[in-house]
Design a binder for this molecule. Structure first.
Ligand SMILES: C[S@@+](CC[C@H](N)C(=O)[O-])C[C@H]1O[C@@H](n2cnc3c(N)ncnc32)[C@H](O)[C@@H]1O
Length: 275
């Protein structure tokens, strides 16, 4: 048998419809963000909104949501979904192209949301700080910044066999083709960067491999608990809620694999990290 050709790489966010198909099984965070939306009169700023997976459920509670993202492909998909809404729904959702490290809008918001591990895309310290500052400067007085992300468990340090394919999931692509999606990762403990490969193997109805494999790569920063505490302080943000889960059932312990944070702009912030 001839050796398998290397996978063809493409950008993980190059196709919004593909993203929605790949993450169709993710939805456990939606009730939490609906609840967040119900707890405010809005408006909400959603950083890195992608295809609007969280934007639309939040807006459906009756608040205005502005979503910002730096992927035109993801925003095109979000805009197509927005166009399909009735006029009242359409009026509550707005998408803007922008980089969450840099955007500065005229408005202030009752809530700023950054969901689904996306803070971990900020692999560089300055980018991480800049993103947190973007959140702070857009909060109105008493406004809350909402973040959820992975928090590292000891297993993170276990690198996988580079040839291996792990955690298979079935995916039906937008054109109806069937894929098996698998993952692999290598963790750089010094840089705290988890390099995650996603492999898309096209298969027939019986699960037989149909040839060419595609792959995407995500580099995610692993944020240890006290490190993230410090970044929040450096950005002038004060945590007012910190939990292990999206149900907010247990205070953050660092042992649950997830971290759910609510923070407000630190009153009297002068730009100096307090001891
Ligand atoms: C994991 S997806 C999350 C999308 C959406 N929030 C969700 O929960 O489905 C990460 C998103 O972050 C966006 N993104 C990455 N870096 C960004 C940046 N610097 N500014 C704005 N968006 C960014 C990507 O384009 C992608 O849409």
């Amino acid at each position: 048998m001839s050796p398998k050709p290397p996978p063809r790489f493409r950008d993980h966010y190059a196709d919004g419809a593909w993203y929605d198909a790949e993450y169709v099984h993710i939805g456990g965070d939606i009730p939490y963000y609906e609840q967040v939306a119900c707890e405010t009169d809005g408006p909400i700023l959603e950083l890195a909104c992608g295809t609007g997976r969280l934007t639309f459920p939040m807006a459906a509670t009756g608040v205005k949501v502005v979503g910002v993202d730096n992927s035109t492909a993801m925003l095109a998909r979000a805009e197509a979904k927005r166009a399909a809404l009735p006029p009242s729904g359409r009026a509550r959702v707005e998408f803007r192209f922008g980089d969450m490290r840099k955007v500065r809008f005229k408005e202030e918001f009752a809530a700023v949301v950054l969901g689904f591990n996306t803070l971990m895309h900020m692999t560089d310290d300055d980018d991480l700080l800049a993103t947190l500052e973007t959140a702070r400067v857009h909060l109105e007085e008493d406004g809350l910044f909402h973040v959820d992300l992975h928090t590292p468990l000891p297993e993170i340090a276990l690198n996988r066999d580079p040839e291996g394919r792990y955690d298979p999931e079935e995916m039906i692509a937008p054109n109806g083709d069937r894929y098996i999606v698998t993952e692999n990762n290598q963790y750089d403990a010094r840089r705290q960067i988890n390099r995650m490969w996603f492999y898309y193997q096209k298969v027939d109805r019986d699960g037989y491999d149909l040839g060419e494999e595609q792959a995407t790569l995500l580099e995610l920063r692993v944020l240890f608990p006290r490190e993230l505490d410090l970044f929040f302080r450096m950005a002038g943000l004060e945590m007012v809620g910190d939990w292990d889960d999206l149900e907010r059932s247990a205070p953050f312990s660092g042992g649950g694999g997830r971290r759910v944070i609510q923070a407000r702009a630190r009153p009297g912030w002068t730009g100096i990290v307090l001891p």
